[in-house]
Design a protein around this ligand. Structure first.
Ligand code: HEM
Length: 85
């Protein structure tokens, strides 16, 4: 999935938006403000089999895993409420 457009458009496609392909009934959102455990983006960049299996691949697909400082920065932003700033 490629997110493009202005920052506001990207934000609107990510934050508090249900994923296209994630286990249903578990409360996943692409980014769940303040809630790492339900933020699908974190699951997708930290697990080889996001959601167990059948929900696509680890991201970035076909590229090296994100480094820990990047995951930490993303996590901190989500934990702080995923503010639009
Ligand atoms: C080489 C770069 C990338 C490619 C080619 C790529 C490609 C894809 C593809 C084909 C999917 C749909 C299949 C699936 O869910 O596994 C997907 C989903 C997704 N990607 Fe990536 N991706 C890349 C990088 C990233 C990065 C850097 C992130 C996050 C920082 C990311 C986050 C996601 C998320 C959260 C989904 C699930 C979207 C949803 O189901 O609503 N991807 N990506």
């Amino acid at each position: 999935m490629i997110y493009s457009g202005t920052p506001a458009q990207v934000y609107a496609q990510l934050v508090s938006v249900p994923p296209a392909n994630a286990p249903s009934g578990q409360g996943w959102l692409r980014v769940a403000p303040g809630d790492l455990a339900h933020s699908w983006i974190i699951e997708k960049v930290t697990k080889d089999q996001p959601g167990g299996s059948g929900y696509g691949t680890r991201m970035p697909q076909g590229a090296p895993n994100l480094c820990q400082p990047t995951v930490d920065t993303l996590s901190a932003w989500i934990s702080a409420g995923a503010l639009d700033n």
